[in-house]
Design a protein around this ligand. Structure first.
Ligand code: FES
Ligand code: FE2
Length: 391
């Protein structure tokens, strides 16, 4: 099925919902205890069993296009560096020096021949091998073979670079993405550049994540911004294992879908948001790019941070393109900060006050229901594949 058929099918489903006053739904409402967002012990389990076990999208092909390009960052408190080797392969390492543990590469992106630790200038090649000990005569003799950076499992798929934060873990990216891999490949993100990144902070990562899969709040929380083009609560939800594809109807969904499919323009009348479990939302369009939001737990259960990466097939060049791009990045920053995350901070406070025993997810909030069922599934010590959530 080509991407146009996919879009047309989602658009037709949205049009039916818009006409009938319905939306994709779960069979029942779901209640989750407020402690789910408040318990530091549960939060630790989430970090250990989800963030440190499953593949995380940490970088984009566009950030590491040439050999020697690297990206260093912290993910769930773990220092990571990714670098593309001369053989074209991206590898990931714990960004901690074999000598005495210093951060080898400053956080950010760049290009280097060798990764050189700033503390005492030990150097590593693109495979993480220790290739230079400074002042070796004075340091003393030791066998440097096998004394390199600690490698992390890493895979590059569909323009996205996935890393597991557990050294030596088996990472089967095909099994992890399942049918979602094809969905991601169709976006052709490998050709896109990362034109800007910006970072925001808010409360618990699950509270932040809730906003990305919920189309129920658009009219109430975003009346002057997203609601200018998007309807509220008219949605399609498709699950690909723990990953989701969410269609949001625009106000013009009915006239758009009254046209014969061949006359429709891709993306006309709807927005499609994809989420990659556990922490990524892709608000991107074929041929145009968009914003990818990566959510990470902060240092405590009631903090998280989000990196917004703006991708596009081509870096803005003309003054006009730059101005348009600047407006978009500013708008998305402000909407998330002043509308979504301001609300999320309030939710954290409200729940911590003990005001309500549980939160209630409606049948229409099927994306949230799925998200939390999958979080519970992966929080088990040994998830049982025969008991995967079937919602
Ligand atoms: S800690 Fe890196 S060279 Fe000493
Ligand atoms: Fe929102």
């Amino acid at each position: 099925m080509d991407r146009f058929e996919d879009y047309n099918q989602i658009a037709d489903r949205l049009a039916d919902h818009a006409r009938d006053g319905t939306t994709d739904s779960a069979p029942d409402i779901l209640r989750i205890p407020a402690s789910y967002y408040l318990d530091p012990e549960l939060w630790k389990i989430e970090v250990e069993r989800i963030f440190k076990r499953v593949p995380l999208l940490l970088a984009f092909t566009g950030e590491l296009r040439q050999p020697g390009r690297y990206k260093a960052m912290k993910a769930a408190g773990v220092p990571v560096v990714m670098i593309r080797g001369r053989d074209g392969v991206v590898r990931a390492f714990l960004n901690a020096c074999r000598h005495r543990g210093a951060r080898v590469m400053e956080e950010g992106t760049g290009k280097c021949v060798r990764m050189v630790c700033p503390y005492h200038a030990w150097a590593y090649d693109e495979r993480g091998a220790l290739v230079k000990v400074a002042d070796p005569e004075k340091f003393g003799d030791f066998d440097t073979a096998g004394e390199g950076l600690t490698e992390l499992p890493c895979a590059e798929v569909a323009g996205l670079i996935f890393v597991s934060l557990t050294p030596g873990a088996a990472m089967d990216i095909d099994a992890w993405l399942g049918g979602f891999r094809e969905e991601l490949e169709k976006l052709e993100m490998a050709d896109w550049e990362v034109c800007a990144t910006q970072s925001l902070e808010t409360a618990n990562w699950k509270l932040a994540h809730d906003g990305y899969v919920d189309g129920y709040h658009i009219a109430s929380l975003h009346p002057k911004t997203i609601a200018a083009f998007s309807q509220s609560n008219v949605l399609t939800y498709d699950a690909f294992g723990p990953h989701q594809r969410i269609g949001f109807a625009h106000h013009n969904i009915l006239p758009v879908t009254e046209k014969p499919p061949a006359e429709r323009t891709l993306n006309d009348g709807l927005t499609v948001i994809r989420t990659i479990f556990p922490h990524v939302s892709l608000a991107v369009r074929h041929g145009e790019g968009g914003v990818v939001s990566q959510l990470f737990p902060g240092p405590t259960h009631d903090t998280s941070y989000t990196i917004q990466a703006f991708l596009a097939p081509k870096v803005p060049e003309t003054e006009e393109e730059k101005a348009m791009f600047g407006m978009r990045t500013k708008m998305l920053y402000e909407v998330v900060r002043d509308e979504d995350y301001k609300t999320v901070d309030g939710v954290q406070e409200g729940l911590a006050s003990g005001a309500i025993p549980d939160v209630i997810f409606g049948r229409n909030e099927i994306g949230n229901q799925r998200l939390h069922k999958w979080i519970a599934y992966y929080c088990q010590e040994t998830p049982d594949p025969s008991a995967r959530p079937d919602l």
